[in-house]
Design a protein around this ligand. Structure first.
Ligand code: AMP
Ligand code: ZN
Length: 483
């Protein structure tokens, strides 16, 4: 498999460090508010990556943090703590806010068929881990104490900017208006490892440490949690592109200074979901959540399909029109799969292998999920029996997770019930499309058959064929498609 590595800016062959396991880490949500569908784009694509690695035969251990302390309104360690702000907004405690939005996050993930990682660890559960790392960084001179906080000294590194060669303007990333610069820092990019003092209202959650009672910075959380569960190295680290700087840059700085060797081999960043008016954020504009999509009548899996249809390294524009299209595509896809009739004969293994090869080739190429969706349509067109098609679709859906088989089974059942209930003759198209004229001709053919006028019935079928419409008799009705 080839993966684009943001650290080298190249597509590289994926070779795990260990033969028996792929170690994967994902930056989890800051649980001060609902996740917006932009955040969830990142989690959907990371889910596809994890599932495809498993599909390709790897044994994966995936770890994700829950940020419930230390993430300030500016990613550059300034401003108020997001959790505290959330608690004040809702007149609740920080822990109540954390629990509520952690549950909400996993409920959204479940609706989008995003698998829960093997290990999910709240940042507040690993304080000893951060203290251990920071202690060594202090001992080895990579960290310093100033104004009540412990900072990482970026000037001690030969190369700090891993993902980009930043210029002075870029360094202002994350510093928002109204946020004063921290004069305790020796260098502009130094970052806080441990806070005991903040210019803003004091943090609700605090722990004892060698540097005083306080709380960890956001960046140290991911290094600490990853090392606690995955050890001294990491194969893949994921996150949205905004995490590359400063968050991931700082994670690498502190982890490699602590370990004394390279930490993570592949950095995978998902580009943003934007609206026409710009980047989606939790603090501005219409806040698009999974619940809002549901309230408006969309299926969360139509949103998943929308994300799969584009490559994760391209930014994606959300509009209601785009989502409408994805919903129509999803419905048609289910209708086409429902039109397949399982005979219980078992798949043709050679055909299945050929179909699977196309699907794998798409995802092996830097997780090209849109081509993988095309490979799914190729199954429907492939010259093979329906059992084989259904087996291939079930196989691909282990990665795509669009509930294709279950939804199609349900639809097929519904169609059957309708037929039985009213003793009615059912006409379905393979794509789920409705065409009154075609349906009228099919009904006329059925009437002719009923009247034992088989010559007329055949004539109508041939006439339809000449117009590019192929009809197939199925139990209780007819399935038609354009050829
Ligand atoms: P947060 O909860 O703010 O820590 O963000 C959770 C994840 O969502 C991180 O991996 C971010 O990089 C990612 N993210 C934030 N905004 C977007 C967006 N508009 N599109 C895609 N991913 C995003
Ligand atoms: Zn992180």
């Amino acid at each position: 498999m080839k993966l684009y590595n943001s650290a080298t800016r190249k597509k590289e062959d994926f070779v795990p460090n260990h033969p028996d396991i792929v170690k994967m880490y994902t930056c989890g949500p800051t649980v001060y508010h609902f996740a917006h569908i932009g955040n969830l784009r990142s989690y959907i694509m990371e889910d596809v990556l994890e599932k495809y690695l498993r599909f390709a035969g790897y044994n994966v251990k995936r770890v994700m943090n829950i940020t419930d302390v230390g993430h300030l309104t500016s990613d550059a360690d300034e401003g108020e703590d997001k959790m505290l702000k959330g608690a004040q907004r809702e007149h609740k405690t920080v822990m109540e806010i954390a629990k509520f939005y952690t549950d909400a996050f996993f409920s959204d993930c479940a609706k989008l068929n995003i698998k829960t990682p093997d290990v999910v660890e709240p940042a507040t559960a690993c304080i000893d881990e951060y203290i251990k790392i920071i202690t060594r960084l202090m001992d080895t001179g990579y960290a310093y104490f100033a104004g009540g906080n412990v900072y990482f000294d970026t000037a001690k590194l030969e190369r700090y900017f891993v993902f980009n060669d930043f210029n002075a303007e870029d360094l202002d990333v994350g510093v928002r208006e109204g946020v004063e610069e921290d004069t305790n820092k020796r260098n502009k990019n130094d970052f806080v490892l441990w806070f005991t003092k903040s210019k803003f209202e004091d943090q609700a959650l605090k722990w004892d440490s060698p540097w005083g009672v306080g709380y960890p910075g956001w960046h140290i959380e991911c290094s600490g949690i990853s090392m606690k569960h995955l050890g001294d190295d990491l194969d893949i680290h994921c996150g949205g592109i905004d995490n590359a700087f400063p968050h991931h840059t700082n994670e690498i700085a502190q982890s490699e200074a602590y370990l004394g060797h390279k930490w993570c081999n592949y950095w995978v960043h998902v580009l943003h979901l934007n609206t026409n008016s710009g980047k989606m954020s939790k603090s501005s504009g219409e806040f698009l959540t999974v619940s809002l999509l549901e309230e408006k009548g969309y299926d969360p899996l139509a949103y998943r399909l929308f994300c799969l249809q584009s490559h994760y390294r391209r930014s994606l524009v959300f509009s209601w029109e785009n989502l409408d299209n994805a919903q129509v595509t999803y419905n048609k896809l289910i209708a086409r799969i429902a039109a397949l009739q399982p005979a219980g004969a078992g798949p043709d293994q050679a055909a299945l292998a050929a179909l699977r090869e196309k699907f794998s080739a798409a995802l092996d190429n830097d997780l090209n999920s849109s081509l993988a969706v095309t490979a799914l349509y190729d199954v429907l067109k492939y010259k093979t029996d329906d059992d084989t098609k259904l087996a291939a679709i079930a196989d691909f859906d282990r990665v795509l997770s669009l509930d294709l088989i279950a939804r199609a089974d349900k639809k097929r059942e519904e169609l059957k019930k309708q037929t039985v209930a009213v003793g009615q003759f059912t006409i379905v198209s393979e794509t789920g499309e409705a065409d009154a004229e075609v349906e009228a001709r099919i009904q006329a053919r059925q009437d002719a058959k009923k009247a034992k006028n088989f010559a007329e019935a055949d004539r109508i079928r041939d006439e339809l064929k000449a117009q590019g419409i192929e009809v197939t008799d199925i139990p209780h009705g007819v399935r038609w498609k354009r050829i």
